[in-house]
Design a protein around this ligand. Structure first.
Ligand SMILES: [Zn+2]
Length: 358
């Protein structure tokens, strides 16, 4: 593709041997363009660096600039003192402008310039709870439960009764325990007292009715499966690739200890955040810009390390990440650090690239 007519055709295989390459082939291999040794001047690198994500406030107007395509799949952290403009740059300028541009809508007037090359989607992930009720679980959220229910419906026992996958859901009348309607517990409304929650006396918390619990796959009832933790389930369902594939990312973001049937509203903010990321790790993230606002808030230092590992997985999948945070471990892991400041309020509004790991 990068073949240029008249550029050393016919004779040698390598028209322009790079300096220091002892006649060997290009280590990068492939048939990419051989445009000769590109000038990798430091000065040029410096100039480009200023064009990466940066924010400058001029009379209330912002320049917001995103990494270009050659800089996709990098982690950029935005730090700085309170009031220095982190939120104003990322959440109030960059995100609304990028969303408007991608949707073809009028862009906010205070953003004077926006370079969005290579970005086709903006994803904001927060640490808010997943699901409003106890019916959302890691199994349902990851998509694994659909495949698990199909396995149960494919059993000889279920096929004889013409049971469909929906039969193996605690959300359907066919599947759920009639007493607790699939919740596994009962909320007792006692006047003048806080509600009391007790285990359902009919299903003992299994959430399903007896007819459904008579079906076993690999020796397990559907309730047994929901009692497995993610790590064990990945092993048990190794021979059922769709199930294992849906659960593997959940394990990889460090949530292997969660039970498949654990209600997601009971997860911590950090767990919810990682489960949301895991649900996206199943597909390519090329062109996706992820924005996290203080994702380490409330996290144990070990969880911060896990989160950094999860960010690496997102980057490997092709995502571009911008994170507002001040956790030193997270900042140290960033490819670029934008330090907003120098102070808060009127002293703020300037973004400077102070770190470049590359
Ligand atoms: Zn019940």
């Amino acid at each position: 593709m990068g073949w240029q007519p008249g550029e050393g055709t016919g004779k040698g295989e390598e028209p322009v041997p790079g300096p220091g390459a002892p006649g060997g082939s290009d280590p990068s291999g492939g048939s990419n363009s051989q445009s000769g040794p590109a000038p990798h001047g430091e000065a040029q690198g410096e100039a480009q660096r200023d064009e990466r994500l940066s924010g400058f406030m001029r009379g209330g107007e912002w320049d917001a600039c995103l990494p270009g395509p050659e800089l996709a799949a990098v982690l950029t952290a935005v730090a700085g003192p309170s009031g220095a403009g982190k939120t104003a740059l990322v959440l109030d300028s960059l995100i609304p402008a990028a969303r408007a541009r991608l949707a073809g809508l009028p862009e906010p007037g205070h953003v004077r310039r926006l370079d969005l090359q290579g970005i086709g989607q903006v994803v904001q992930i927060d640490a808010s709870p997943i699901g409003l009720n106890a019916r959302s679980t890691p199994a349902t959220y990851s998509g694994a439960f659909d495949h698990i229910r199909r396995l149960f419906a494919a059993s000889a026992y279920a096929r004889r009764r013409r049971w469909k996958p929906g039969h193996f859901s605690f959300n359907t009348r066919e599947g759920q325990c009639p007493t607790c309607r699939g919740l596994g517990h009962l909320d007792l409304d006692v006047q003048y007292l806080p509600d009391i929650t007790v285990q359902c006396p009919t299903c003992q918390g299994a959430r399903f009715n007896d007819a459904v619990l008579a079906v076993r796959v690999d020796g397990m009832t559907i309730a047994d499966v929901l009692g497995l933790n993610v790590r064990d389930a990945v092993e048990r369902f190794a021979s059922a690739p769709p199930v294992a594939a849906a659960l593997r990312p959940v394990n990889e973001v460090g949530l292997g200890y969660l039970k498949l049937g654990e209600p997601t509203p009971s997860l911590s903010g950090g767990e919810s955040q990682r489960l949301k990321i895991a649900s996206r790790l199943r597909s390519s993230q090329r062109g996706a810009l992820y924005v996290f606002d203080e994702p380490t808030t409330g996290l144990h230092p070990l969880d911060v390390a896990t989160l950094v590992g999860v960010f690496d997985q997102l980057l490997d999948a092709g995502a571009t990440i911008i994170v507002i945070d001040h956790d030193l471990d997270l900042l140290a892991a960033a490819d670029y650090l934008i330090d907003m400041g120098p102070g808060g309020g009127p002293e703020g509004g300037r973004g400077d690239v102070v770190q470049d790991r590359q």
